[in-house]
Write a protein that binds this ligand. Structure first.
Ligand SMILES: Cc1cc2nc3c(=O)[nH]c(=O)nc-3n(C[C@H](O)[C@H](O)[C@H](O)COP(=O)(O)O)c2cc1C
Length: 484
């Protein structure tokens, strides 16, 4: 397939399960690229099962997974017929390690299979999966599960995913693949890798030929794109070029971090990407981050882009995974012309344990309000954003700057790293209506992320006739708004 056959519009991957299979499937059926999020997908699966899988879609997908034995272990461990009681906490999946248990890797592989299978079910459109390079430990299992469900594209950001193309080559041949894991305090002699062996985790009896999907890294500069094109372990097929106005995590500004009066990182000229330089790389690329209008799409395509990737406008549409109550709250405030004094979106330089700036919607009752967050008792029970470090005895362990401060310090972490950090894992699960009830009976609160384009959501609301049954809009309204 040459680049001209790739879809021009990509619905960006949005974790955790904001771009779920329902949204990706809808976009894909309309002829564009729908992308599911693979981030924390094992927790999404176990919580869907504990919510009773009321429409049966998850269990329908599970019947299509090659190994019945693996599936029945998962169902026995997590499925609750009719759903858990409302005041009952969710049973958690185990946390990842450099060498995670077989059952956790099986769960991850199955969860990602389910998401991609459902997104692709009963139509011929293309589906991608989005993963974060920084959340390295589940990634190989997640990729293999997606390959088993015949995923068409893999899109990866939040880091430099140099080793993923080679891993995709190996996994698509059912071969063992490994990724280096950055470990604080380790030396160049230490071999810190995480591996996935399909023969061990799935079983060679279930092998079938797998397609190697297209791989698009997300970049914030043409220099990084060039380096990924030249120095990756396998083929890179295109790029998503993301600006700091995009929702979710953003690349930090180039040079020393400076802040505006509101405490947001200041981006400058050096952060702008030269589309001419991108074009010279000879691979298709899509612009992301505040490009979601027909005019901007035309402008960047005239300069050599293949198309655009859009997140924020899709994030609040009917089909997205955001909890309906949260969506309604944001949409009704925007419809009624309410706008926080400094705009809807704050680029928080410290909240994310990844160390990358993270966009937060200014919405009362969510943890974007520091007063709401400060009352939360710190706990790290999902652990996706933990960093690996080497202990004095040479063991590799993990710590998260958003975990209880005393635990982080005991693990050799610095107090300065804990300041302002938020537990995105729990907050993002709360965003999709799967908030954990903690042992002190508190309910985890949401933290919505969106790009600066949220300030333009009013345009799509105004161009979409208001229905009597609800205030929202659909994915197809977004596509219509984009003139596609
Ligand atoms: C709610 C939300 C969650 C996001 N999560 C991710 C993510 O998990 N991984 C990722 O690569 N990008 C993520 N993004 C970025 C989108 O994939 C997309 O590149 C971006 O939203 C495009 O810019 P726009 O927000 O102006 O449309 C997220 C964006 C939003 C709005």
């Amino acid at each position: 397939m040459n680049s001209f056959q790739h879809p021009r519009l990509i619905q960006g991957g949005m974790g955790i399960a904001v771009s779920n299979w329902t949204l990706a499937k809808t976009v894909s059926r309309l002829g564009h690229l729908g992308v599911v999020s693979g981030t924390a997908i094992n927790s999404v699966l176990v919580r869907r099962l504990q919510d009773g899988d009321l429409d049966g879609s998850t269990r329908r997908a599970l019947t299509q997974f090659p190994s019945n034995e693996i599936v029945s272990n998962i169902l026995q461990t997590y499925f609750i017929d009719g759903g858990k009681l409302q005041n009952q906490p969710y049973k958690r999946a185990p946390l990842y390690n450099l060498k995670s248990s077989t059952s956790l890797l099986q769960l991850t592989m199955v969860a990602s299979f389910v998401e991609v299978f459902l997104a692709k079910e009963n139509h011929a459109g293309k589906i991608g999966i989005n993963l974060l390079e920084k959340v390295v430990l589940p990634n190989l299992a997640c990729l293999y599960g997606a390959l088993l469900a015949d995923v068409d594209y893999v899109i990866m950001g939040a880091g430099i995913p140099r080793e993923i193309p080679g891993a995709l080559d190996l996994l698509s041949q059912n071969k063992i693949a490994s990724l280096k894991v950055p470990v604080a305090g380790s030396t160049s002699e230490d071999q810190n890798v995480t591996s996935f062996d399909p023969a061990e985790i799935l079983g060679a009896a279930f092998f079938k030929p797998l397609k190697r999907p297209y791989f698009f890294p997300i970049v914030s500069s043409s220099t990084l794109a060039l380096s990924l094109k030249k120095k990756s372990t396998g083929q890179v097929d295109g790029f998503i070029v993301e600006s700091p106005l995009a929702g979710g995590h953003n690349a930090p500004p180039r040079g020393p971090m400076k802040f505006n009066d509101l405490g947001e990182p200041i981006y400058g000229e050096r952060d702008n990407v030269d589309l001419g330089e991108m074009k010279d790389l000879g691979l298709p690329f899509w612009m992301a981050g505040y490009y979601a209008t027909p005019e901007k799409m035309k402008e960047v395509c005239d300069l050599g882009a293949h198309g655009i990737q859009v997140g924020t406008l899709f994030a609040f549409c009917d089909e997205s995974g955001f909890d309906q109550i949260l969506k309604d709250k944001v949409i009704s405030k925007i419809r009624s012309g309410q706008r926080p004094e400094n705009g809807w979106v704050f680029t928080d330089p410290v909240s994310s344990p990844t160390g990358f700036p993270f966009k937060a919607v200014r919405l009362d009752g969510t943890v974007s309000e520091n007063t709401v967050y400060e009352s939360r008792k710190r706990i790290c029970d999902l652990g996706y954003l933990r960093h690996a470090y080497k202990t004095e005895s040479g063991e590799v362990k993990q710590r998260c700057p958003a975990e209880p401060v005393k635990d982080y310090l005991k693990k050799g972490g610095l107090i300065a790293d804990t300041v302002g950090r938020k537990c995105l894992c729990n907050a993002l699960m709360a965003d999709i209506g799967m908030a954990q009830i903690q042992s002190d009976l508190s309910l985890e609160k949401p933290l919505i992320t969106a790009g600066d384009d949220l300030n333009n959501l009013i345009k799509i609301l105004e161009s979409t006739p208001q229905r009597t049954d609800r205030a929202g809009y659909s994915a197809s309204d977004v596509i219509h708004y984009l003139g596609l």
